[in-house]
Design a protein around this ligand. Structure first.
Ligand SMILES: [Zn+2]
Length: 130
């Protein structure tokens, strides 16, 4: 038994805190979770390559890291019009996921060559030899 006021534990049988004169409770209420007042978002990756954006998204989803995609709305629209238009995008995660996300994305960037500023691929022009 605990006193909800001062948190002092009592043995079974007691019903009232001798200090606070309030009824004891079985268990202390869990401390209210304090929502971080300033959930700070950090941009961990940005680029203009839609494929890289998709990969980054997939990696974060797999890792269960909540993220916010910047520039996505525009990108989708523009892609529908012309898939070759490269749109800027950014990935933001909460500060407490920053290290994890960076590690994940850095590895992917190194491995998959998700260069941040990918040159727009020009279709190869096959010249006819005359
Ligand atoms: Zn008390």
């Amino acid at each position: 038994m605990y006193c909800p006021e001062c948190g002092v534990g009592y043995r079974a049988g007691f019903t009232e805190c001798s200090d606070c004169h309030v009824g004891l409770v079985e268990e202390l209420p869990a401390p209210a979770e304090v929502p971080s007042p300033d959930l700070e978002l950090v941009r961990v990756l940005e680029g203009n390559n839609q494929i890289a954006a998709a990969v980054a998204k997939m990696l974060l989803e797999e890792a269960g890291i909540p993220f916010y995609m910047e520039g996505e709305e525009v990108g989708v629209t523009m892609q529908a019009i012309d898939p070759h238009i490269y749109r800027w995008w950014g990935v933001q995660v909460a500060r407490d996921h920053e290290a994890e996300a960076r590690k994940l994305l850095d590895e992917a960037v190194a491995k998959e060559d998700l260069a941040l500023d990918v040159d727009q691929e020009q279709p190869e022009i096959v010249e006819d030899t005359v």
